[in-house]
Design a protein around this ligand. Structure first.
Ligand code: NAD
Length: 295
């Protein structure tokens, strides 16, 4: 029999993820603070509740999809006092590794199983149920959670113990932030050398410069018709979210003593770009900032 799921945080990601659980046959109870998210969730077959406590009554799995670590710790603190022991708690938000580990401790003290399971794939993957889940936690928690995660995504990767999912997410997105900045610099240098965008794409997308930032999310219009550059940089993956993840990588680097000089430099670029008011654009639009810099 399918488990009953409570879904807390029904925003741009959580809303479509919860809707996919309903489509897969799970009974889903939900809660969100924001009226537009509540309205959309109700239209997608989620049983709306007035509080977190009400949403988790009688469920065996709880999923949170919230903005940041402090939201998750506050909601999980409340959950630890309300859910029954044996409940599986899964956090899919992107948060710092320390908060993820603390949330596992809260769940463990309440006799619950827990997973950190951040995602990649964005809002498109959330709607199409093609997300990749990067999972941290014990194997028995994952075997219980796997059918729930598989109803919302295409790949579930067990990365290790508590916090390992968030660690993988932060490292992956630091690679993404750095490679996009590098691809943008290469296209701008190519422009100054009189090279066409298409010529550079044809070479780099099939050579050692190949990466997602060039072959899927190419920052110039033309070579990849589906990339945000062809629609005025409408996201896609918003620059403000890229900055959030870059900052998480830098907090983690500081707390572990890891040297991430390129990560630090890329973070600074996204920070300055965000301060200029471009946080709502796809992060590949940082090419316009790179192009206008003089040094
Ligand atoms: P969002 O702001 O659209 O949704 C977050 C929702 O949480 C909001 O609707 C808000 O009202 C709700 N919320 C906040 N505090 C709450 C509380 N105490 N109780 C109940 N609801 C509460 O954000 P999103 O784009 O859905 O992102 C969610 C998480 O997923 C973030 O951690 C983000 O970094 C991560 N993420 C986002 C994307 C993306 O492309 N949007 C991709 C990968 C990961």
């Amino acid at each position: 029999m399918l488990e009953t799921v409570a879904f807390i945080g029904l925003g741009n990601m959580g809303g479509p993820m919860a809707a996919n659980l309903v489509k897969a046959g799970f009974a889903v109870k939900g809660f969100d603070l924001a009226e537009p998210a509540r309205f959309a969730a109700k239209a997608n077959g989620i049983t709306l509740c007035d509080t977190t406590a009400q949403a988790v009554g009688g469920v065996s799995v709880v999923i949170t999809m919230l903005p940041a670590g402090h939201h998750v710790l506050s909601v999980w603190g409340e959950l630890a006092e309300t859910v029954g022991s044996g409940t599986l708690m899964i956090d899919c938000s992107t948060i710092d590794v320390d908060s993820a580990r603390k949330s596992h401790v809260l769940a463990g003290a309440a006799g619950c199983l827990s997973l950190d399971a951040p995602v990649s794939g964005g809002t498109t993957g959330a709607s199409a149920a093609t997300l990749t889940f990067m999972v941290g936690g014990e194997a028995d928690a994952l075997s219980r959670g796997r059918p729930v995660l598989e109803a919302m995504g295409r790949r579930v990767v067990h990365c290790g113990s508590a916090g390992a999912g968030q660690a993988a997410k932060i490292c992956n997105n630091m690679i993404l932030g750095i490679t996009m900045a590098g691809v943008c610099e290469a296209f701008v240098l190519g422009e100054k050398l009189g090279l066409s965008h298409q010529a550079l794409f044809d070479v780099a997308s099939t050579s050692s410069g190949q990466c997602w930032a060039i072959s899927t999310n190419c920052p110039v219009p033309g070579p990849v018709p589906t990339s945000p550059a062809n629609r005025d940089y409408k996201p896609g993956f918003a620059a403000a979210l890229m900055l959030k993840d870059m900052r998480l990588s830098q907090e983690a680097a500081k707390s572990t003593g890891a040297a991430t000089a390129l990560g630090a430099h890329a973070t600074e670029l996204y920070e300055r770009f965000d301060q200029l008011g471009h946080g709502g654009e796809d992060f590949s639009s940082i090419i316009n900032f790179v192009r206008n810099r003089t040094s």
